[in-house]
Ligand binder design. Structure first.
Ligand SMILES: Nc1ncnc2c1ncn2[C@@H]1O[C@H](COP(=O)(O)OP(=O)(O)O)[C@@H](O)[C@H]1O
Ligand SMILES: [Mg+2]
Length: 316
């Protein structure tokens, strides 16, 4: 049973394609992570799925409801925490929660109960009487996320909910989300932090430049990408070594116009040995060398680059 089903969904702004033909299926009672660098199209996708903006083309089904034809029906059944801060400056923390519950027609007894529960769960008890205006950014974010749990919903969308939170508040929030999912809630969650997605999500989609470039369980993604390292080296002299290094298997190599060579590989130790051997045997000297874990952004770029290159062997 799916909570979210999306077919060839696209959104353009003028000539610019922000979301480019994505397909998605999110199973009920799971946490789906939407992971990508800034500008990838995460927020735009969230706005499409929550019916805040209309797609340029494609189909959206949310909880069995057609999101394009019946946006209001969808909005009654979902929770949404957007990326932008949203709060009433003069309202206290507890009043903010209370008022949000009223907006959703939650009865007063349930409201009281939930306010107390959420104040504890989001570590807001000590600041319950403080006005939103007097809170730190992280505290405000916690209130913004907490209040969404005031009402009943089948599906919750969270757009980078942990931005601005310190590590312990972040962990707290992720654990609270986990517990709610065990109770049957489905969550669609965006982040640009791989570790966070790994910790929380049953499934992760990686989006880059409006396209989904991988969907898998965290374990599988880690197997595929987690071992990647970046080798960076400076040659002593400017020299074209692309023909020499072109034969080394299991890596992608970028050459700048000068002396810098960047190599991405998930078998970096062997690749490094090959590179050093080949350069040494050709009498080419290296000035500087470093090996670091490939950043997520670099992984995205190399995955996209690979997918563009015509079917060159063993990518599975
Ligand atoms: N209303 C808009 N008009 C024009 N371009 C937009 C609009 N909203 C988003 N974009 C562009 O779409 C791309 C994706 O944005 P967004 O979905 O916010 O990315 P993310 O949330 O992954 O950082 C960005 O290049 C952004 O500048
Ligand atoms: Mg965003």
């Amino acid at each position: 049973m799916y909570s979210i089903q999306v077919d060839s969904l696209s959104k353009s702004y003028g000539n610019f394609v922000a979301v480019d033909g994505i397909d998605l299926e999110v199973e009920r009672g799971t946490i789906f992570g939407f992971l990508g660098p800034n500008g990838a199209g995460k927020t735009t996708t969230m706005k499409l799925l929550t019916t805040l903006i209309a797609p340029s083309s494609g189909k959206i089904n949310i909880l069995g409801i057609d999101g394009v034809k019946s946006p209001l029906e969808v909005r009654k059944k979902i929770g949404v925490v957007l990326q932008q801060p949203s709060y009433e400056p003069t309202l206290s923390v507890e009043k903010s929660l209370e008022k949000y519950g009223m907006m959703w027609n939650v009865d007063s007894k349930t409201r009281k109960m939930r306010v107390e529960e959420l104040l504890v769960a989001f570590d807001l008890v000590d600041i319950r009487k403080k006005k939103n205006d007097d809170l730190s950014i992280g505290q405000r974010r916690r209130v913004q996320v907490a209040r969404e749990f005031m009402h009943d919903m089948d599906l919750l969308f969270l757009d980078e909910p942990t931005v601005g939170l310190d590590p312990s508040a972040r962990r707290n929030l992720l654990d609270y989300i986990k517990a709610r999912v065990r109770d049957g809630l489905t969550i669609f969650f965006t982040t640009h932090i791989l570790e966070e997605a790994e910790y929380l999500c049953d499934k992760i989609a990686i989006i880059n430049r409006g396209k989904i470039i991988a969907v898998d369980t965290p374990e599988e993604l880690k197997n595929k990408f987690g071992r990647q390292k970046t080798i960076k080296m400076h040659l002593e002299q400017k020299q074209d070594v692309s023909a020499l290094l072109g034969e080394i298997p299991g890596c992608t190599i970028e050459y700048d116009s000068g002396t810098v060579i960047t190599i991405h590989s998930d078998r970096s130790e062997q690749v490094l040995q090959d590179v050093l051997r080949i350069l040494a045997s050709s009498g080419i000297s290296i000035e500087d060398l470093s090996v670091v874990p490939t950043s997520l952004e670099e992984i995205f770029l190399s995955v996209v680059k690979n997918s563009n290159e015509s079917n060159n062997s063993s990518s599975k």
